[in-house]
Design a protein around this ligand. Structure first.
Ligand code: SF4
Length: 432
């Protein structure tokens, strides 16, 4: 029976949630985590395919593990996540030392690497194991997969179609997490508002938020990632109405030009997207709104890109996550569209977005200076406590000032930067 596991993860919050669940399974079997693969008996590499950079990191990690396995043939090696599937043949050829390949959420083949697992667990290992929380915040996947098939995206091919977890199962997991000290959960889905469409009574995300709001000792509920067309008025009303649900939206736009949006098959026009953000802000004037943008998508002209910049100026997001387009094998864009924007131009456009984003983020953050914000303390780094406002802004307390992780304290903001705020506690709002 292995004694130690090494788990390496790259990619989105969904991947991290999968890893946390797998870690909980290992812990339940008595294995201990190690941050050194050479000390492990079982190594799991949890991969991501969304960008080439993430794949390159996984290849590099696997190269090092391959050398380790040569020295120690008894080492068990598993590869899981979004690179498994279309790329399995290639991975098997390059890394024959891997013992098992598992798609996202396919935990069983990995657990089977551990001798005796099935008998010890009486066959009921998943999904009854919940991730073991490491602090006051936790991710909770509520809907897996995606049905949207945006042309550039590999997710529907790797994570399958939308499949919601039963509502009572999510409620039980969140109650468990709260009993273990978690004070904030982030509900996860590739398109989180798709939750419930496929369940028998078709509850929606708002219904789930209502149920979770009754969880004892839970202070905050967040949710991501949003898809504009699935974000109904009913869900928005629930966010506005429920005090525990944070008014904080991650709403990817991807491009500001209708021509590019149509080519991406995003399913909305620029005007429709703008109207959705305005709907959010009319209902919740102080809501935090972040977005994602892709630059250098096939055929993106200077004019298309100018429209993206114009949209960012118009909507003034709290944060813009920007990425240069990279073709993902297997996607519609990869099959049908030449990657025709030169790398240097992609880099230049990326930089332009970062400039606009940095300026606007700073301007928005400066509005917090002099205000008092309820901040949920998440932990500390090198003696400096940090937490987040209801709108998702990162706040640092003065160095050396103690603050208990999991408490909600009122903080007077005295400094703003483009990425975070700084402030001094003026009182405890909740110690739970
Ligand atoms: S909505 Fe589009 S970009 Fe998002 S996961 Fe689904 S296919 Fe990918």
């Amino acid at each position: 029976m292995p004694q130690k596991y090494y788990l390496w993860t790259v990619g989105c919050q969904m991947n991290r949630a999968d890893s946390e669940k797998l870690a909980a399974g290992f812990t339940r079997l008595g294995l201990k985590a190690t941050d050194r693969p050479e000390r492990a008996d079982i190594v799991v590499v949890n991969t991501c395919s969304v960008r080439q950079h993430a794949e390159d990191r996984a290849y590099s990690k696997l190269g090092r593990i391959r050398d380790l396995k040569r020295e120690r043939p008894d080492l068990k090696v598993a590869v899981m996540g979004c690179m498994v599937g279309l790329k399995t043949d290639d991975l098997q050829r390059r890394f024959p030392q891997v013992d098992v390949f598992a798609r996202p959420q396919q935990f069983a083949p990995i657990m089977e690497l551990i001798e005796g697992t099935a008998e010890e667990l009486g066959g009921e290992f998943w999904p009854s194991t919940y991730a073991i929380p490491e602090g006051p915040t936790a991710y909770v996947p509520v809907v897996h997969g995606c049905n949207k098939f945006c042309t550039y995206c590999i997710v529907p091919y790797r994570r399958g179609r939308e499949k919601s977890r039963p509502m009572d199962e999510v409620v039980r997991e969140v109650a468990y997490l709260a009993s273990q000290g978690v004070r904030e959960v982030t509900l996860l889905g590739q398109t989180v508002e798709a939750f419930g469409h496929d369940l028998p009574d078709q509850p929606d995300l708002g219904d789930l938020m209502r149920e979770l709001s009754a969880t004892e000792r839970l202070q905050r509920v967040r949710f991501l990632t949003s898809y504009p067309r699935d974000m109904t008025a009913r869900i928005l009303e629930a966010v506005a109405e429920l005090p525990k649900v944070m008014e904080c939206f991650s709403l990817p736009v991807q491009a500001g030009s209708d021509r590019v949006l149509e080519s991406m098959r995003r399913g909305y026009t620029r005007d429709e997207y703008v109207a959705k953000v305005r709907e959010v802000r009319v209902l919740m004037p102080h809501a935090g709104v972040t977005t994602d943008v892709i630059v250098g998508y096939p055929g993106e002209t200077d004019d298309d890109f100018a429209q993206t910049l114009d949209l960012l100026e118009e909507l003034r997001f709290d944060k813009v996550h920007v990425a240069a387009y990279s073709p993902r094998p297997g996607t519609i864009a990869w099959r049908t569209m030449p990657d025709d924007v030169p790398a240097s131009l992609k880099a230049e456009r990326l930089h332009r977005v970062e400039e606009v984003e940095g300026r606007i983020s700073l301007e928005l953050n400066e509005r917090y200076v002099g205000t008092r914000q309820p901040v949920l303390i998440e932990g500390d780094r090198s003696g400096q406590a940090f937490g987040r406002t209801t709108t998702g802004k990162l706040v640092h307390l003065p160095e050396g000032m103690p603050a208990r992780a999991g408490s909600v304290i009122e903080v007077e903001i005295d400094h703003a930067g483009p990425f975070s705020l700084r402030g001094t506690p003026v009182g405890a709002l909740a110690l739970v």
